[in-house]
Design a protein around this ligand. Structure first.
Ligand code: SF4
Ligand code: F3S
Ligand code: FES
Length: 254
């Protein structure tokens, strides 16, 4: 096994402020960035705050920015960096810092609560649902989400624009709206809930200008933009310019 000393720059501080601190840490073959953060805790900075759980890319806890790019620390191999490169680790920029590498991601939980759940089709017993394989596969892709919130962190709509947060659900939750709107068994419309309208008017679909940065950072490889956001935009536009919907709205307004 080979080892070497690598230079790290880690953000330390809290909601009041902080800054980057330099460390030199031993690295072993095959290690990931989270291993180095743990060694740093064990040897030089026992009070360094970091959130993690599975160390297998499945819990979505260890999100941070490594050399400026939103990534999972447990899935970022040290071998992707040059040995003489300084590796800089900072907390997610779009969310308020609690301490060191731990941020307050409760914005995302608030947005999750704003998306109404799947509405079961009336008259069909649970377990008797049937749908085409293509529809199953579409939902399965979106359900791979581990809620790491890297897509939420990277989207420019909120990354540097705190003022947009109230009106924009972000890619992860617009994807959830898209999944439900395209779900063949979702009976929201029968219950008077128009998911296309709420996508535009309540979840801020119009803020997304399909830059695809969310898709680029998704550790699950979900095609958020192509498979969720663009189809949802198309469906919302179709609804808006549907002459029957237009006529219905006109009559209702009288
Ligand atoms: Fe993370 Fe991808 Fe889910 Fe976004 S869609 S929260 S990047 S797993
Ligand atoms: Fe943001 Fe993704 Fe749209 S990065 S602008 S939600 S395509
Ligand atoms: Fe669970 Fe990294 S520790 S995703």
């Amino acid at each position: 096994m080979t080892t070497y000393d690598a230079r790290f720059r880690v953000w330390r501080g809290d909601a009041e402020g902080g800054g980057l601190r330099d460390f030199t840490v031993e690295v072993h073959d095959g290690e990931v960035v989270l291993d180095i953060v743990h060694r740093l805790q064990a040897t030089q900075a026992s009070d360094l705050a970091v959130r993690w759980n599975c160390k297998a890319g499945k819990c979505g806890s260890c999100s941070a920015e490594i050399n400026g790019r939103p990534r999972l620390m447990c899935m970022t191999r040290m071998s992707v960096f040059e040995r003489d490169e300084t590796v800089t680790i900072t907390p997610l920029r779009a969310f308020p810092v609690i301490r060191d590498l731990v941020t307050d991601v409760s914005f995302n939980y608030a947005k999750a609560r704003e998306v109404p759940a799947f509405v079961p089709p009336p008259g069909v017993a649970a377990g008797a649902y049937r749908m085409q394989q293509v529809d199953v596969e579409r939902s399965q892709e979106f359900r791979k989400c581990i809620e790491c919130f890297l897509c939420q962190d990277t989207c420019h709509v909120v990354r540097d624009h705190e003022e947009n947060k109230a009106a924009f659900a972000g890619p992860r939750f617009l994807m959830r709206v898209a999944e439900l709107d395209m779900h063949p068994l979702d009976a929201a419309a029968d219950a008077g809930l128009d998911r296309k309208r709420t996508a535009q008017e309540e979840h801020g679909l119009g803020y997304c200008n399909i830059t695809k940065c969310c898709t680029e950072v998704c550790p699950e490889g979900i095609k958020i933009t192509d498979n969720a956001l663009i189809p949802l935009k198309e469906r919302a536009v179709d609804r808006k310019y549907d002459p029957l919907v237009w006529l219905g709205n006109k009559i209702r307004r009288r």
